[in-house]
Design a binder for this molecule. Sequence first.
Ligand SMILES: [Zn+2]
Length: 261
Amino acid sequence: MSNAQIGICKLCGTKAKLTYEHVPPKKAYNTNRFYIFPSDSSIDDPFLKNPRGRPEQGGIGYYSLCETCNNNTGGWYGNAYIEFVNQAVYRLRLADAQYVNGDPYIIHPLKVIKQIMSFFVTLGSINYSENFPDLTEFVLNKSSRILPPNYQVFMYYNDSSNYRYMADNFVYDKGIIQNYSEIAHFPFGFLLSFKKTDVPIDNRLVDITSWKNYPFERKNIRLSIPAVKLPVELAMFPGDYRTREEIETTIKESTERFGTR
Ligand SMILES: [Zn+2]
């Protein structure tokens, strides 16, 4: 984790020493131990109860950005995101669903959505500066409100210690091919869809794409966010919000029908 690597920065495209970028920022409850799962982990152990991956200390992150981009995104958007997280945790800890859904947040929506987009760039399995230059430009130009309508961002609450980091997935669902990335880490989950679709990935997700339209100069925007808590049980299945009981029932039924898994 401490070894510096030379590579292409996924945000600006420069060849440089890549630095460790926490996703989300450390101060957003990202300091704990985590596991990097081998890609076949979930075949025999869908809930990853006995992770075979290597435990890592100090919070989830990636060597994806150069030092300049790491510092810039942190400096421009980090605090706005951490404030958003703190307000969410306060609401979730009150354990009052009405309060969670009803009272407005006071946040800087443009900075928050840019921070979320920088998470997705950092997580990406491909170089975004090359493949999605309109998205990286939106992050690199802090006051830009230009983000093409094919990108849609959704959120929910992940009120658990489970996490899910899945980049650039193609999922065949409801008759169409969806293309999206997902980050779930307490207290939020975010899903980025790369192409606009009329078929919602899940009706319970709240579309926050319009946060890109708020002016950079205006902070302390009051915003009601009708997000709900969703379960994140399967680390490796993006867009799956079934409860543990629902998943266990499905596994049991398929075992009964088809024999052993
Ligand atoms: Zn860079």
